[in-house]
Design a protein around this ligand. Structure first.
Ligand SMILES: O=C(O)CCC(=O)C(=O)O
Ligand SMILES: [Fe+2]
Length: 286
């Protein structure tokens, strides 16, 4: 069945630099070992030049053509649920200050069967590559809204300090804004044994020396542990959008978020487009 054939991404991804679908390639092995070391050290692994110049231009043009369909979010969110905090914590403590999340998002259902970004997400090369780097099983999620998404920010929009709900996530930067929009990250902020509250407080007070600003050119793929490392996207300035694609995975096949999450992220619960390839994966998992 043609819909089940693995998409071809050779016109988009720099497969010479990243031969990650060639399981026997020594270069692939080296990429995996380097990424493992980088994740151990900083909780983040980056793959610059993942897209070819032409691939990047193709993806940016695609996002530009879909931009008007984005769902805008302008929220204030707390890093920690307020009811979990010590009631004696003063009202002006940084943990009591909500963090803005202001962005526009194109959810997966906006990318139809012809979409180039969808080809990259649905390509079979990435999950086994991440699985080896992370030492766990990795599957595409089959969520019609959040398997892949493109997030856009300009004119001061920001996704301020937060931890993610997912253990790890993959981003692919497509375009930088005129200025700002840096991805800032605090390696290994917390783990199961230590919630790292002092480190988070220092970041919020602007006194931390642990914040790294990830230098990222357009076309760079980044894999990071977003649940254990506090991070943010600094305000993106100017009219040109910062554009980043986010790819989600799970350690079991068939994962779908609930309707509340869909509504929150996309403003709807009925998808505009459902991928036959991801649907077939969902059927196979059930
Ligand atoms: O845009 C990025 O580079 C990271 C986005 C992020 O942290 C998120 O969407 O949770
Ligand atoms: Fe995040």
């Amino acid at each position: 069945m043609s819909t089940m054939q693995a998409p071809d991404v050779s016109h988009l991804v720099d497969l010479e630099r990243y031969p990650i679908d060639d399981l026997a390639s020594p270069k692939r092995r080296e990429l995996i070992e380097n990424a493992k070391a980088s994740l151990r050290e900083s909780g983040l692994a980056s793959f610059p030049g993942f897209l070819t110049e032409k691939g990047l231009a193709t993806c940016v043009a695609e996002v530009e053509s879909l931009k008007s369909k984005a769902y805008a979010r302008d929220l204030l969110r707390f890093i920690y649920p307020q009811e979990t905090l010590d009631p004696l914590l003063p009202a002006d403590h940084p943990f009591r200050k909500p963090q803005p999340l202001i962005q526009r998002m194109l959810s997966a259902d906006i990318f139809d069967g012809e979409s180039e970004l969808r080809k990259i997400y649905e390509w079979g090369g990435l999950p086994p590559f991440f699985a080896e780097i992370l030492d766990q099983s990795v599957h595409h999620i089959v969520d019609p809204f959040l398997s892949l998404a493109v997030i856009m920010m300009n004119n001061g929009q920001t996704h301020d300090w937060h931890f993610d709900g997912n253990d790890w996530v993959v981003t692919l930067l497509l375009q930088r804004p005129e200025s700002g929009g840096e991805f800032e990250f605090v390696p290994h902020t917390r783990d199961k044994a230590n919630p790292g509250l002092d480190r988070v407080e220092a970041v919020l007070r602007g006194t931390s020396e642990e914040v790294i600003s990830v230098s990222q050119d357009a076309g760079t793929l980044v894999l990071f542990y977003g649940d254990q490392s506090l991070h943010r996207v600094a305000p993106s300035n100017g009219t040109r959008d910062r554009m980043v694609a986010a790819f989600s995975y799970d350690n079991a096949p068939g994962f779908v978020f609930n309707e509340k999450v869909h509504m929150n992220a996309s403003g709807r619960t009925t998808p505009l487009y459902v991928s036959p390839r991801l649907s077939a994966m969902a059927d196979a998992a059930n």
